[in-house]
Design a protein around this ligand. Structure first.
Ligand SMILES: [Fe+2]
Length: 160
C-alpha cells in the first residue's frame, strides 16, 4: 500500500492522475520560470529597475515552489518530471521574445499568460486532489494558486 494512503482518506486509484497533474505543474512552472529569467535579463527602458527586480522575485519564489511540487510527486510514490528537454516538451508555456528588442509591456503581457496557465493547471489538480481526499496536495496547490494570483494582480496593475 502507498504510504500516503495508509490511515488517510486518499483514494489510491486517483494518485496517478494527481501525480500527473503535479508533474504538469512542474513543467509549466519551469517554463514560466525560464520566461521570467528571460524578461529579467532582456527588459529595457524606463521601467528597467523595478521590473528587473520584480521578475527576479517571481522566479526565485517559483524555483523553491517547483522543488516542493516535485517532492510531493515523490511523496505520492511517483517519479518527478525533470530535464530541460522533457519539461519543454510537456510545458504549455509559450516562449517569449529572446533576440529582438521587446517593449516592457509585451514582456509583462506574456508573463500574465504564463501565470494564468500555471494557475489553470494548479486549479484543476487542486480540484482532483480535493475530490479524492488528498488534503496535503490541496494545501500545497492552494499556496501555488495564491502566489500566481498575487503575481497576476501585480502584473495586471502595471499594465493599467
Ligand atoms: Fe539577475
Amino acid at each position: 500500500m502507498n504510504v500516503v494512503v495508509e490511515n488517510s482518506p486518499v483514494q489510491e486509484t486517483a494518485i496517478p492522475d494527481i501525480a500527473a497533474g503535479l508533474n504538469q505543474l512542474v513543467a509549466d512552472s519551469y517554463g514560466l520560470m525560464a520566461q521570467l529569467h528571460l524578461a529579467h535579463w532582456n527588459i529595457e527602458g524606463a521601467d528597467f529597475f523595478p521590473l528587473h527586480e520584480a521578475f527576479q522575485g517571481q522566479y526565485e519564489e517559483m524555483f523553491e515552489a517547483i522543488d516542493d511540487i516535485a517532492e510531493r510527486v515523490r511523496a505520492l510514490d511517483h517519479y518527478a518530471a525533470g530535464g530541460l528537454k522533457a519539461l519543454a516538451k510537456m510545458s504549455t508555456i509559450e516562449e517569449g521574445p529572446s533576440e529582438a528588442p521587446c517593449p516592457a509591456k509585451d514582456f509583462v503581457s506574456s508573463l500574465i499568460v504564463g501565470h494564468e496557465k500555471c494557475l489553470e493547471t494548479a486549479f484543476s489538480t487542486r480540484i482532483l486532489a480535493a475530490k479524492n481526499g488528498d488534503a496535503e496536495t490541496e494545501d500545497l496547490l492552494i499556496g501555488r494558486i495564491k502566489s500566481h494570483q498575487k503575481a497576476l494582480w501585480m502584473l495586471n496593475a502595471y499594465l493599467k
